[in-house]
Design a protein around this ligand. Sequence first.
Ligand code: ATP
Length: 431
Amino acid sequence: MWIGVDDTDSRKGMCTTYLVGDILKELWNYGLELTGYPRLIRLNPNIPWKTRGNGAVALEVGIPNKKLEKIGWMEKNIYRCTAKSDSIDFEKVTEGLKGVIQENAELDAEGTNPGLVVTQKKPPYGVYAKTVKEIVTLKETREILDMVGAHSFGFKNGRGLIGATAAVAWRPYTDKTYELLAYGKNGKISRETIIRMDSCCPSTFDNYDYENRHIQIMPHAPGPVIYGVRGDNEKELKKAMHMLHVPEVQRWFLFETNQGTDDHLQKKKIGDIHPYESVSVTGYVASLPQTITGGHLIFSLEDTEKIDCACYEPTKKFRNVIRSLYPGDKITVYGGIRKHPITLNIEKIQIHELVTIHSKVANPLCPLCKRHMKSIGKNDGYRCRRCGIKTGEEKAKIVKIKRKLRPIFYEVPVVARRHLAKPLKRMQNLS
Ligand code: ATP
């Protein structure tokens, strides 16, 4: 049996992943336990009505038979179990979980519209694939829920059903990662401890931004999360937890996730791009990057059409990479599409070919008086002011400029990383 929940939090606090604990407690009343890792599924990062990271959760539960590994702690150890039976009173469980959401969700917050899905049959994978890449309507979602015979409940405008359904529909077909999330109050971790953990746990990623001295594993907004460590190896995440050693932790869960997988990206031609999608586009740099107010950079990318690409101030030194691009460079840009004005917000770039750039360092010398001649005009050559002698453009001293970039990937720093963006560290590990 699958349970999906989304949109229970507001900017002021709470976190849908924290609710997993309260859901589990309610499920204990029906003799139900986790039969898989809890899942934290990130959906379309560009939808305008998300609170923060557009995350939803899904749980696979059943009447337990045998305990497998420990995947959490909350009052007692939480195990992933094999299921003995699925003979569950769905209506009773749905009613119980509705109560949990009613009690814990930030229902008074304007943009909070929780959704709860309880189903035996999983919606098709395509439902997830569409929700992570495009905009989905509530009508479409309700049709899918009817199709799979799900029990569901949408609070207020019911929009949370979209994310809850998509989270249940996810399967780790192509790629997956894990995140160990620890909750409690006032937990502190020193920078040194985080750096030590980072170096001892090489399969984790995005723990610390060395360039900007930014701790990424601890949230900078109010809420119950003390830290979240992401990685490819669930065992190493437990090692990371022990190294961080935060006594204030009151519950922790090991989530299976689609974070850091690039699942949101679609390979597109510029002419086929729509607002709110995330794309990878290969083309040529069509204008020199310009700095605009606020320290952001904009340049134009061209295949058969053109689109503006933006690199914002929070991406810090990554802007030096963008600043070093030159018209004619062949690159692939990865990022999300903003609607007004239509712009590609860069997450990473791959450089395929760099144009050769020449620069004139000196005008030619006059063959008679050996003084620098003066340019007559663009492409018209030079004249010596004293002797009146003329010479062609080719005589100027031209040097080849050494390009600062190489034909590799460049990504925004950890501090500016989006949840779904695959870090280069993972791309190297996977290849
Ligand atoms: P987090 O839990 O990380 O803070 P979030 O709070 O940013 O996530 P939500 O509060 O869950 O995001 O709000 C996102 C809302 O958008 C939810 O109601 C969800 O159902 C809905 N939604 C998610 N993906 C799509 C999509 N592709 N199309 C339409 N609606 C979506």
